[in-house]
Ligand binder design. Structure first.
Ligand code: CO8
Length: 258
């Protein structure tokens, strides 16, 4: 494993693991943590021997938001000059499947960080929310947009206007979370899931994340046309031949990620 400031990163076979590691501040996302997460995730994404990335938090939080102490006294000029939080955009360009294992509080920027990932798996103890309104501000890392797309206007509006937290079960039934797992089993469960994903064809995985993301950013006609072309392009890959031949020959595929 490698240590960047505020995180721990390491790998297990084809799975990259990033742990937010400032538990004394409930993993509040300061500038260093942002730079470290983005750097580690970008390195994993460029590494063809990594087929899935897991992001989680140490202690009782995934992340309790942007670091309030770091930004409390900023002026408008400083916030805009630094384009506060723009660095996180790089995370949304990562094509290797990125799985958030939300172990505790995912509030404000922490909830928004989880929503930048491709899939969210939550511990039964997880709590989600956009409490920025309680601080006299609005969500600033995509919350008004991604939460609304994930759970619909009614619930997103209610959560953002009241600043209340929702538990893992509510987040699952609202469609924010794919699955809820007992807290003690969360990391093992997600690493097993990630290993299963990472064994599949990496170019197919990358195409899938790109296409699902396109569903939020294009019309149905454009998205379906793009999907069909990407599907056709898959026939240029060895993995398509291997996957379909293995099915016909009733054996497990051996993908080479080519
Ligand atoms: N930033 C900095 N420090 C934090 C944060 C945070 N977001 N959250 C917790 N901490 C610190 C606490 O200050 C405390 O430190 P210390 O021990 O030095 O006092 C330590 O973590 C432990 O926290 P608590 O003692 O509060 O623990 P509790 O169990 O009592 O409470 C809560 C847990 C409910 C999660 C509580 O910590 C809390 O409400 N945290 C803040 C949650 C929040 O409001 N998050 C949103 C932040 S704003 C944001 O993410 C996007 C802002 C967009 C603005 C756009 C500007 C351009």
């Amino acid at each position: 494993g490698a240590a960047f400031a505020g995180i721990v990163a390491g790998r297990r076979d084809r799975v990259g693991l990033i742990i937010l590691d400032r538990p004394q501040a409930l993993n509040a996302l300061n500038r260093q943590a942002m730079d470290a997460v983005v750097a580690a995730a970008t390195l994993f994404d460029l590494d063809e021997t990594i087929g899935a990335i897991v992001l989680t938090g140490a202690g009782r939080a995934f992340a309790a938001g942007a670091d309030i102490k770091e930004m409390a006294e900023l002026s408008y000029a400083e916030a805009t000059a630094r384009d506060l939080f723009a660095g996180w955009d790089a995370l949304t360009r990562i094509r290797t499947p990125l799985i958030a294992a939300v172990n505790g509080f995912a509030l404000g920027g922490g909830c928004e960080l989880a929503m930048m990932c491709d899939v969210i798996i939550a511990a039964d103890t997880a709590k989600f929310g956009q409490p920025e309104i309680n601080l006299g501000v609005v969500p600033g890392m995509g919350g008004t947009q991604r939460l609304t797309r994930a759970v619909g206007k009614a619930k997103a509006m209610e959560l953002i206007l009241t600043g209340r937290m929702m538990d893992a079960r509510e987040a699952e039934s609202a469609g924010l979370v794919a699955r809820v797992v007992a807290a003690a089993e969360l990391l093992d469960d997600v690493l097993t899931m990630a290993a299963g994903i990472a064994a599949k064809s990496l170019p197919a995985l990358q195409a899938a994340t790109e296409l699902v993301d396109a569903a939020f950013d294009s019309t149905l006609t454009e998205g379906v046309a793009r999907e069909r072309r990407v599907f056709h392009a898959g026939f240029a890959l060895d993995d398509q031949k291997e996957g379909m031949r293995a099915f016909i020959e009733k054996r497990e595929p051996r993908f080479t990620h080519r």
